[in-house]
Design a protein around this ligand. Sequence first.
Ligand code: COA
Ligand code: AMP
Length: 610
Amino acid sequence: MSKYDRVYQQSLAQPENFWAQAAQDILWRRQWDQVLDSSNAPYYRWFRGGELNICENALDRHVNEGRGEQLALIYDSPVTATKATYTYRALRDEVARVAGVLKSLGVTKGDRVIIYMPMVPEAVMSMLACARLGAVHSVVFGGFAAAELAARIDDAKPRVILSASGALEHGKAIAYKPLLDHAIEMATSKPSACVILQRPFLTAAMVSGRDHDWAEAVAVAPMVDCVSVSALDPCYILYTSGTTGHPKGIVRDTGGHAVALKWSMRAVYDVGPGDVFWAASDVGWVVGHSYIVYGPLLQGCTTVLYEGKPVGTPDAGAYWRVISEYKVRALFTAPTAFRAIRRDDHEALLMQKYDLTSLRTLFLAGERSDPATLEWAERHLKVPVIDHWWQTETGWAIVANCIGLGALPVKHGSPTKAVPGWDVQVLDEGGHSVERGQIGSLVCRLPLPPGTLPTLWNDDARFFDSYLKDFPGYYKTADAGLIDSDGYVYVMARTDDVINVAGHRLSTGVMEEALSALPDVAESAVIGCRDAIKGEVPLGFLVLKAHCKRSETEIAHDAVAIVRDRVGPVAAFKTAIVVKRLPKTRSGKSFEVQLRRSPMAKHLNASDNR
Ligand code: COA
Ligand code: AMP
């Protein structure tokens, strides 16, 4: 029996023993009373009674154990021509001061703090400073528009918002502050204070009495210590797209999160203290939370924070430069980044300029890895390329080739097998198991392992309806797929109205809501359309009102503008087509909506990519 098989079986046969063992790697301030509390099934809780501080585990612990001078964070920003490094000691001290700023603004345990920041070290410090105080952070990705930020403010009701004057995108300064001001204006819930990081290329106007300058506030702030936090208390809320326009506030608890992420660093990624780990994502996404910030720091690694793109900053050799410069051992990114690099440098000529011998593994996730891109990466990098499947909700991998447990043979198109802790099944619409090889809904038997969502913020009912209702006893992933006769899982498509644009998860419903605000539009439908680089891009269909006098070109232009304005540039909504009518099913639903919900339709689309 392979090591993977043995560990996997242990994890399902005796989950409490398994995770209690993994929890020994975490520094607890109070030992838990119960490993798994099943008394309120299907709502399960891990490590009830335990107390810890996740920031202490990510920073202070390493300093206290003698790794204070080791690098914790490398900031590399080709867009601003800046590089900076922080040892564990330096990062701990900075975070303690940012916690001091928050405390002086009245933030205490349980308060929410929204972080609306680009990829700067202060974003990481902000997250950890909240964790230090037991405050709940909610990071909002910078590419979302003011209305999306306002929706998150109204749901999370933050006491304080941490933000920056702006970011540089494609050489242009994108001002964040006017978007923040507008969002606060739109929101019903108002923060009592904002702390704004002024970036050298853009100065934000401050609102007197509410806004504080980051540098000035940190300079005079006291250093604040870690507080004890219940294992069950939320560490963060991260909003993600669902079927409706209203985003879902995924809650991450503190104890299970720390245990699962630390365990995954060795088992899934095979990295240990001192190794350089680079997740080329954004702190606004779950990959950034788990594998730029918490996972690598809990494990004592050096994490890389890269403010740039895979191409154009300045070229398709950017990733290779970073790997060679910092001796990156494991790189984690989305397939779309490799599609962009391959498009610009098909023969990987730029790779030859750099020494990539430090790199042991490339991990891909966030969207389906098309075999052509995966093979290209394998051929040129000459290291294992590991596809793995997970979601904002799960916080870490459901299915992967766990190289820390001994790599399994790769089958292109499959992220390999269920990770220990996960019992993945394929069910038909009636909730019955399908035969091996048949497509159905991918579900995970409850209880889920630690580190996964216990609920949605302030919305237990939506949590139940979205994930637990359709298949009693299971968590519904909303992905369709199959498991083959060797136990390899294949993830084919979403079963809801979520599309995946450049590894970013977006709701078509939210775009349709934006389009419905156009005065000339009677009806609209947005579907995901195959794109060579981004995987999918949205495509809008508009039916105009009978009296409409304006040209179709003008209205299509307005449609693109309103989605950008209300959802944000991240939606990459560039095309709208005026049609006479939307094909309807007999029940009145638009045909596109039906098509997009059909796993088989997406399956056919996905296999075209091969
Ligand atoms: N703040 C403000 N705007 C942002 C932003 C941010 N933090 N991040 C992106 N945007 C804007 C971009 O400028 C772009 O706007 P545009 O329409 O004016 O060009 C839009 O949002 C879409 O951004 P992006 O998805 O980054 O597309 P791109 O065309 O700029 O780059 C790729 C394409 C493939 C290079 C890019 O998507 C990429 O690097 N993907 C890597 C995968 C990844 O990080 N996935 C995250 C999950 S793991
Ligand atoms: P997010 O919550 O943004 O991480 O997006 C999660 C969704 O991305 C999943 O439900 C899948 O639809 C898709 N996804 C993530 N990783 C993979 C993968 N390795 N293969 C196929 N789809 C993936």
